[in-house]
Design a protein around this ligand. Structure first.
Ligand code: KMH
Ligand code: ZN
Length: 275
């Protein structure tokens, strides 16, 4: 089977140290978590930044400081800043980071309820705006889909030439208010994307490892991290992002899947190869 790409979502915008003390806020903490995740097997770091007291921010200068520090201290690793930010941020605020020309970024492909009154808004015009800015800056988007209708949205924008090949999807499942993460859901999404596209999965909370296992079994790729899940097993907090990555590496071994290096990941995703 093809090698397994592991993305680690080290920080997120919603989880805090009150949820799990390992959630990184400061630059040193971000570097620590990125380094340990890479050593454990991650080749992509999905990144949200925070102020030192933990507030989510899309401040470009903060992103630059964190990205530069990770590159200096961790070495070669693909950094994928979020253009999702936190619920309620403006699209101008969210997109600013792509002018730093990161190798990848996320592109959120539709709106989704986040529980209670929270709605993560991505209208069709927003997605078009984000896609145009992302490609203009030579960045490779990971297409975040919280359900089947977001895949349909991607395919419509692909037809119009707004979203380009190669397409790499991320199925983010198990968000309260989004699509669940059963095997049936997973297979439905996997079969809904073009055969020449790649995909990764991100299971939220208790869905993280069951969904990872499905992707490993079916030749897909996996994202784990404290952004998505705080626990290494029921009731036991992960002591770092690396714990979660290591658990995926063990699962991959049981399915005879080797782990993709940073260079393997660039090749598999055709990074830098947008048409
Ligand atoms: N924090 C969520 C509102 C992304 O990174 O692109 C959005 C999110 C998706 O996490
Ligand atoms: Zn994110």
């Amino acid at each position: 089977m093809n090698k397994l790409i592991i993305t680690c979502a080290i920080s997120g915008a919603e989880v805090t140290k009150e949820h799990n003390p390992a959630v990184p806020y400061t630059i040193d903490e971000m570097v620590r978590e990125a380094r340990k995740a890479k050593e454990a097997g991650a080749s992509i770091i999905h990144l949200h930044v925070r102020t030192d007291d933990g507030q989510p921010t899309q401040d470009k200068a903060r992103y630059k400081e964190v990205i530069d520090a990770i590159k200096k201290e961790v070495g070669d690793i693909i950094i994928q800043p979020s253009t999702g930010g936190a619920v309620g941020m403006s699209k101008e605020e969210r997109i600013d980071v792509v002018s730093l020309h990161p190798e990848m970024s996320t592109l959120d492909c539709g709106s989704v309820n986040f529980g209670g009154d929270e709605v993560f808004i991505n209208s069709e015009n927003d997605i078009t705006f984000f896609a145009q800015e992302i490609y203009k800056h030579g960045v490779y988007p990971e297409l975040e889909c919280f359900g089947k209708m977001h895949i349909d949205q991607v395919l419509r924008l692909h037809k119009k030439g707004i979203i380009k090949d190669p397409m790499h999807f991320s199925f983010v499942l198990g968000v309260p208010g989004g699509m669940t993460a059963s095997e049936r859901d997973f297979l439905f999404l996997k079969e809904s994307i073009p055969t020449n596209a790649t995909y990764s999965v991100a299971g939220i909370g208790r869905f993280e490892f069951p969904l990872a296992e499905l992707a490993i079994k079916h030749g897909g790729h996996v994202r784990v991290g404290l952004e998505d899940n705080l626990y290494i097993e029921k009731g036991v907090l992960a002591s770092s992002n690396a714990d979660l990555v290591k658990k995926v590496v063990e699962l991959a071994k049981s399915y005879n899947r080797d782990i993709a290096s940073v260079e393997d990941t660039r090749r598999i995703l055709q990074l830098g190869g947008q048409s």
